[in-house]
Design a protein around this ligand. Structure first.
Ligand SMILES: [Zn+2]
Length: 178
């Protein structure tokens, strides 16, 4: 395998982070929205227009708050971790495909634990129930989160690639799955 592939991937992701992130978000969103409009699993009980205005309005608010607080986002933190050599996957040179698979599984597991935590801790549940209080269930429900939960989630994403004492630090390229 080309030794410089991860570095090239890092540069590409760092330079095009916003474009890549938005392309994935809007691409998958559009596919799901079209699919559920053409073949709805169940009838909505409230106006789709009003719900979409609320839920997508929340997405724009959350994105704005995140960019304001963390302009470099998780990719910037991952780039720093990689530069400093923080974390196991930056420390040991695993073959890139193996490191990427381990990183994706670890990222998903951390997000799973985060989800268990926001259901179990009463104070966090108060934030997380914004997501579960949606009156219907469609593609926008998955993006409906309280701004403070989004900030906490981003801090957890920062910790994943950067914490040097923890089990894993992840190659930058894996963050495309966050
Ligand atoms: Zn939940």
């Amino acid at each position: 395998m080309d030794e410089s592939a991860p570095t090239n991937m890092t540069e590409f992701l760092t330079q095009n982070e916003i474009t890549i992130r938005l392309s994935f978000f809007f691409g998958i969103f559009a596919v799901m929205a079209i699919w559920e409009t053409l073949s709805p699993r169940r009838a909505l009980t409230t106006s789709k227009g009003v719900r979409w205005l609320n839920n997508i309005g929340l997405v724009f608010l959350n994105s704005f708050v995140l960019r304001l607080l963390f302009p470099a986002a998780a990719v910037g933190m991952a780039a720093l971790a990689q530069k400093q050599g923080w974390g196991l996957l930056n420390h040991y040179s695993l073959p890139f495909p193996v490191a990427a698979v381990v990183a994706v599984i670890a990222l998903d597991f951390v997000i799973y634990l985060q989800h268990v935590m926001v259901h179990a801790v009463p104070m966090l549940w108060r934030l997380h129930r914004v997501h579960h209080a949606d009156l219907d269930y469609d593609v926008t429900t998955g993006a409906r989160f309280h701004p403070i939960e989004i900030i906490l989630s981003m801090l957890i994403k920062f910790a994943k690639p950067s914490r040097c004492s923890a089990l894993l630090s992840l190659p930058l390229s894996s963050l495309r799955y966050c």
